[in-house]
Design a protein around this ligand. Structure first.
Ligand code: HEC
Length: 219
């Protein structure tokens, strides 16, 4: 073997060794990288609950103000007869857009419901009863967030109190609800229980169901 052949063989070996060596060196780094990424994605239950609470608070605040302004506007235009159908979730495209944006299922429930669709589920009933109990004790009530079985769904609830006299035109005593509105309510909701309220009373609650994976993705 000539000197130059030996030299080129040595070079080739050196290159092969150098490449192999550098691959070996890079491998542990790559593993570290993925571990770091995994650690970033690992979120605690408290993070999920907090994010759900924030989203729920902003969605219900937005929805409540849309309800209020729409009912007032309809009342100004055609009285409570015209406004009656605007106290329904179905009347708002808002529900659809929120559902698409946050994959959230939004409704209102009450133990004294007007629409039979707004009867609370077993788990919602427990939350409502806890709110009712706290109100009787004179305690403050706030939003409640919990995982529900099988753990891939999160339930957000927020109490709805009667904020103003406006509501009593359709949820107050029979002397506060006009004969015209009473007739509509009787016809549309024959099993109506949603009357006899005063300002400040607990009327029911917002009930939002979030998918855990959507919340985690947004973190
Ligand atoms: C113009 C009449 C009218 C006014 C004013 C009104 N509501 Fe209603 N409310 C209704 C009707 C009608 C329903 C049933 C809607 C449905 O079919 O889902 C309802 C349903 C509800 C529900 C769902 C639970 C249930 O009983 O079915 C809540 C909660 C509620 N109203 C709260 C309020 C609050 C709070 C106010 C004041 C901001 C208010 N409403 C003002 C007519 C009214």
């Amino acid at each position: 073997m000539s000197f130059s052949t030996k030299l080129s063989l040595a070079m080739v070996l050196l290159i092969v060794w150098a490449c192999g060596f550098s691959t070996e060196k890079r491998r542990p780094k790559r593993i570290e990288d993925t571990q770091e990424k995994r650690e970033v994605k690992r979120v605690s239950e408290a993070d999920i609950i907090n994010r759900t609470r924030k989203l729920g608070d902003s969605i219900t605040k937005q929805a409540a103000s849309v309800f209020m302004s729409k009912i007032s506007q309809q009342y100004a235009e055609g009285g409570y007869k015209a406004a009656a159908k605007f106290c329904s979730m179905q009347a708002y495209p808002l529900t659809d857009s929120l559902a698409n944006e946050y994959k959230v299922f939004l409704k209102r429930v009450s133990n004294k419901n007007r629409n039979p669709k707004n009867i609370p589920s077993v788990i919602e009933k427990q939350v409502l009863e806890a709110y009712e109990y706290s109100v009787k004790q004179g305690d403050d009530i706030a939003a409640n967030v919990q995982f529900i079985r099988p753990g891939d769904t999160i339930l957000y609830n927020n109490p709805i109190k009667i904020p103003s006299e406006l509501c009593l035109n359709c949820h107050g005593s029979s002397s506060q609800i006009s004969k015209e509105v009473q007739a509509i309510l009787k016809q549309e909701y024959p099993n109506d229980k949603a009357i006899g309220y005063k300002v400040g009373d607990l009327r029911g609650m917002w009930s939002l169901k979030f998918l855990k994976k959507e919340i985690v993705q947004g973190l």
